[in-house]
Write a protein that binds this ligand. Structure first.
Ligand SMILES: *Cc1c(COP(=O)(O)O)cnc(C)c1O
Length: 378
């Protein structure tokens, strides 16, 4: 349970379940909970089970190995793995009853070959690029991909269960690209339906669209970060009925009194202005605490939020707590839900110049992960 330093990432499974339920209630249609990247740093399998306990209808991951890890843990819910490059183990996916997505005819050919090799019918989603210029099929290639998929469906090798795309600007709900992407998506759906792919679910909405853009909900929504209680719009998650599921804590490893003018940590980018107490926190950039947090990010220590003093090192950083009482072993909180006086991941993101997604997915290293709550526990 501990790594010897007391640094831990505490994950509230009940919050994940309640967030999922709140999102599901908002959209009143099927919801795919995205649990890629180790459940956004919350733990793949526990996060998946908690989301399912909260009413998620299916799970989404980036790569096949993540889907197989869910199956190996006994998770039987529908799972989609969508980022399949050449040589992805589609046969293993089909054997484990994992749905796959393709964005090119060569990818479809790999799926058909895997279906024949395994004797399975592949449950297939077709991904169209409606303007993100990322992993969907270009619109120019879409009719060819759709026609090939319709043939594969007629041959019994695949059944097309999804038609989907991804938004570039869902976190800016009035951005003109949204209407443009919706238009392209609807044209792409019409092309697929005309080719006979009439039973597929349409899905477009990530977390931001799930909370802000009802016109993008279609037949299923696909939230990730909101499931973990973070506001995809960068505001207060409580405004959407969400609660952050992750708390990151550590324990002070050493304290010392120093005089005014003491340079702190590498490069002395911070210097004390009076005699003061420094507290050493044993967590650093090797654990996913961004080096850019030095001199900017807040930490709750000795009853107040205090900015990290000087550079974040590989294994540790320093706080200047003034004359506040603090001792080795005392708890410090990097981020959490925010209702116990601690900073939030959003505050950290704003301080460091990143997004909360990056913070929660990268925190790890020597932090121990501990689960609280019972949703989905086996
Ligand atoms: C990661 C991802 C999602 C979830 O995005 P959030 O912003 O976390 O809700 C949905 N769809 C695709 C294609 C993704 O890559």
């Amino acid at each position: 349970m501990t790594n010897g330093t007391g640094a831990e990432v505490v994950v509230d499974l009940d919050a994940i379940a309640a967030n999922t339920a709140a999102l599901r209630e908002r959209v009143r249609r099927p919801l795919m909970a995205v649990v890629k990247a180790d459940g956004y740093g919350h733990g793949l399998v526990p996060a998946a089970r908690a989301a399912l306990a909260g009413g998620a209808d299916q799970l989404g991951v980036a790569v096949v190995s993540e889907a197989l890890a869910l199956r190996a843990a006994g998770v039987t819910a529908p799972v989609l793995a969508w980022l399949n490059g050449p040589g992805a183990d589609i046969a293993a996916a089909l054997a484990a009853d994992v749905e796959v997505s393709v964005n090119a005819t060569w990818g479809l050919a790999e799926v058909v070959a895997a279906a024949r090799a395994t004797g399975r019918t592949a449950r297939l989603h077709l991904f169209v690029d409606t303007g993100l210029s990322r992993e969907g099929a270009p619109v120019a290639e879409w009719p060819g991909l759709v026609a090939a998929a319709a043939r594969a469906q007629a041959d019994g090798d695949v059944v097309v269960t999804g038609l989907w795309s991804h938004l570039a600007y869902a976190d800016a709900p009035t951005h003109p690209t949204i209407a443009a992407q919706v238009r392209v998506f609807e044209e792409a759906v019409a092309v697929a339906r005309a080719a006979g792919l009439t039973d597929a679910r349409r899905h477009l909405a990530n977390s931001a669209a799930t909370v802000a853009l009802p016109g993008t909900w279609y037949d299923m929504v696909r939230p990730g970060v909101a499931v973990y209680g973070l506001d995809p719009l960068g505001g207060d998650p409580a405004a959407h009925g969400l609660r952050p599921a992750m708390t990151v804590r550590a324990r002070v490893a050493l304290t010392k009194r120093v005089p005014a003018g003491a340079g702190v940590s590498y490069g002395h980018t911070y210097a004390t202005t009076a005699e003061t107490t420094l507290a050493l926190v044993p967590a650093g950039y090797a654990d996913g605490v961004p080096r850019a947090a030095g001199n900017v990010a807040p930490v709750l220590a000795a009853g107040e939020q205090r900015t990290i003093a000087g550079r974040v090192c590989m294994d540790q950083f320093v706080l200047d707590v003034g004359d506040a009482p603090i001792a080795a072993g005392d708890e410090v909180v990097l981020w959490g839900p925010g209702d116990g006086g601690e900073p939030t991941a959003q505050q950290w993101a704003d301080a460091v110049g990143t997004i909360h997604y990056e913070l929660v997915t990268r925190i790890g290293g020597r932090f121990a992960r501990r689960y609280v709550g019972s949703a989905g526990a086996v």
